[in-house]
Design a protein around this ligand. Structure first.
Ligand code: CMP
Length: 142
């Protein structure tokens, strides 16, 4: 089914200057960017986005990392976009990520792992709405 998913290029990958390389992976795999912006998250924004992880031991390090520099946030659209983006990203821990995935190629550790992607349709809807209004999601006209 045609789906949308939410993606973040994290501060480590923005610092490495690989935004275009990562967008190329999405497009080559058949995903379309239908909304995109660069943002430097506030602590409150990062804590709210990752609220489900609040009780985890890595929460504070995660928030500190996510506010350490600008990120790119984008909405990707395509057939089975949620699963397809997860395949493009590879495993959360780059040590376990398959060759040719974004995490294998660009991530240094499980904490600084280059990209985030929604894990399911429901989280995609929530995460998209956290950063974009419905009017900011651009439908194709040609
Ligand atoms: P992300 O998909 O952005 O969601 C939460 C992030 O927490 C995850 O990617 C990792 O970068 C980070 N993280 C750090 N330690 C862990 C862990 N043990 N399990 C899951 N995520 C972790």
């Amino acid at each position: 089914a045609l789906e949308r998913t939410f993606s973040i290029i994290k501060p480590d990958a923005v610092a490495k200057n690989v935004i275009g390389a990562i967008y190329n992976r999405f497009e080559t795999a058949g995903l379309r960017i239908v909304a995109s912006k660069m943002v430097h998250l506030s602590q409150e924004q990062a804590e709210g986005f990752y609220a489900e992880h609040k009780a985890r031991p890595f929460f504070n390090a995660l928030v500190s990392f996510m506010i350490s520099g600008p990120v790119m946030v984008q909405v990707l659209e395509g057939e089975n976009a949620v699963l397809k983006n997860r395949e493009i990203m590879g495993a959360t821990n780059p040590a376990e990520a398959l060759a040719g995935t974004l995490r294998a190629d660009y991530a240094a550790s499980i904490d600084e792992n280059a990209v985030h992607g929604s894990d399911a349709a429901a989280s995609a809807a929530r995460e998209i709405a956290y950063f974009f209004t419905e009017a900011e999601l651009c439908a194709r006209t040609r």
